[in-house]
Ligand binder design. Structure first.
Ligand code: URA
Ligand code: CA
Length: 439
């Protein structure tokens, strides 16, 4: 097979055979196909797309391009959850403990944040002592003992995606549904879960701008999962504002603890998305038969404090110096030199927010990375005081900045002010959950 012929074939809009996709991935990972040919082929995929079968074959080949994790020796249906990335999205730290408290088994490998998106690993590391690099045997031992564990990807998991993603990032080929779907699903499949619940986001802070595009991505990923014998469901959710009120690592851990402690109302978007994703996880594992039953179980785990206890156990297992102390007083994760209120200078009703810009503002304060080498300050970030639809006065604080390093404070304020629409008339409320995609 010659790569140039396969590029021409995709450019002409034809579908590849399984053997052709196997060749492309294997030869690219080995170094036999150069980056320039792979870039040209991925650009052709961006324009011409892929069939369901092609996307599933591509994902399967990527999944087995490196090590895979076997969780077969752990009891029960192992369930994972994945979000396509957003701002103020602290769902994992709420749902994994709640699902474990309901009898689920959550063995999850998570990622770091880059650019405007946060990452669960960075949030966990905001807790003093926590180490997210754990040997697989230790990871499994923790899951077996307490029902959950979240760690960083270990070993050589999906090298095909590492190489392809780095190339996509610099060749304008990130935005392609088959490429995004295979990238996400190959990593989920390689990390060993039997069942996967996906949170596919749309809006200003997400890869997909519209609910229709998000639904297309969600259906593609659910189809891949089913092709490869994993139970898969997707929830399509709104990212036209940050999901939680906190954007920053220690701040988001504090918010997760607040939810698990019952201090966040059940009308809150973060609370609602946690409940729906958790309910899907309980249904997909057979722990609950339908949504109402699942929600009742999750509510019970929250109100009894059982979910909070699971989070504490996990933090302790990962090396936290004083997990009970952090759970009792999460304020200690957000100690900064200054808390600075930021007003918008305009009165009216809060409209859509560019969630990605709010993520960028938090990054400028030191809460995120522009490049992989940047060091995060776990205590800094932004706490919002208003949500879409709320009324605001010109001099009323819209947010509070948690700051240690003021060098880019003005830029961060400017970005935040530019990220929020203020309307003269009341703004209609959009539902947080757009749709659920089942197998
Ligand atoms: N997240 C991924 O892991 N891959 C993509 O392509 C997009 C988002
Ligand atoms: Ca994430």
């Amino acid at each position: 097979m010659r790569m140039v012929d396969l590029i021409l074939k995709k450019r002409a809009g034809e579908a590849h055979t399984q053997a052709e996709l196997t060749y492309i991935i294997d030869a690219y990972v080995k170094g036999d196909i150069p980056d320039y040919q792979m870039s040209a082929w991925m650009m052709a995929v961006c324009f011409q797309g892929m069939t369901e079968a092609e996307t599933a074959w591509l994902t399967g080949q990527m999944t087995y391009s490196g090590d895979t994790v076997k969780l077969d020796d752990l009891p029960g249906v192992k369930v994972d959850k994945h979000s396509t990335g957003g701002v103020g999205d602290t769902t994992t730290l709420v749902i994994a403990p709640l699902v474990a408290a309901c009898g689920g088994t959550v063995a999850k490998m998570s990622g770091r944040g880059l650019g405007h998106t946060g990452g669960t690993l960075d949030k966990l590391e905001a807790v003093p002592g926590v180490c997210i690099e754990q040997p697989i045997d230790r990871f499994k031992e923790i899951v077996k003992r307490i029902g959950l564990c979240v760690i960083g990807q270990t070993g050589n998991l999906v090298p095909a995606d590492k190489k392809m993603y780095a190339l996509r990032d610099v060749t304008g080929t990130v935005q392609s549904i088959p490429l995004i779907a295979s990238s996400i699903m190959s990593k989920k499949l390689a990390s060993g879960a039997d069942a996967i619940v996906l949170d596919v986001k749309f809006g200003t802070g997400a890869f997909m701008q519209t609910p229709e595009d998000a639904e297309h991505l969600a259906k593609t990923m659910v189809t891949i999962g089913n092709h490869l014998q994993r139970r898969t469901m997707a929830v399509i959710t709104d990212m036209n504002q940050p999901l939680g009120m906190a954007v920053g690592n220690g701040l988001e851990v504090r918010e997760a603890i607040d939810v698990l402690s019952g201090r966040v109302p059940n009308t809150d978007p973060l609370y609602k998305v946690c409940m729906i994703l958790g309910a899907c996880m309980l249904q997909i594992t057979g722990i609950a038969k339908e949504e109402k039953e699942a929600e009742a179980k999750l509510t019970q785990a929250l109100q009894s404090g059982a979910g909070l206890k699971k989070l504490e156990q996990m933090l302790t297992a990962l090396g936290a110096v004083d997990a009970p102390g952090v759970i009792a007083d999460p304020e200690q994760l957000c100690r900064v030199q200054k808390r600075i209120p930021v007003a918008l200078g305009k009165a009216g009703y809060i409209g859509d927010m560019r969630a990605s810009a709010i993520g960028n503002a938090a990054q400028l304060l030191g809460a995120g990375r522009a490049t992989k080498a940047d060091v995060i300050d776990p205590a800094v970030g932004i706490v919002l005081h208003k949500r879409r639809g709320d009324r605001i006065q010109a001099d009323e604080p819209f947010a509070t900045f948690y700051v240690n390093d003021e060098s880019r404070l003005e830029d961060a304020e400017k970005i935040l002010r530019g990220a929020v629409q203020v309307a003269d008339a009341p703004v209609a409320q959009a539902p947080i959950v757009y749709k659920i995609v089942r197998e």
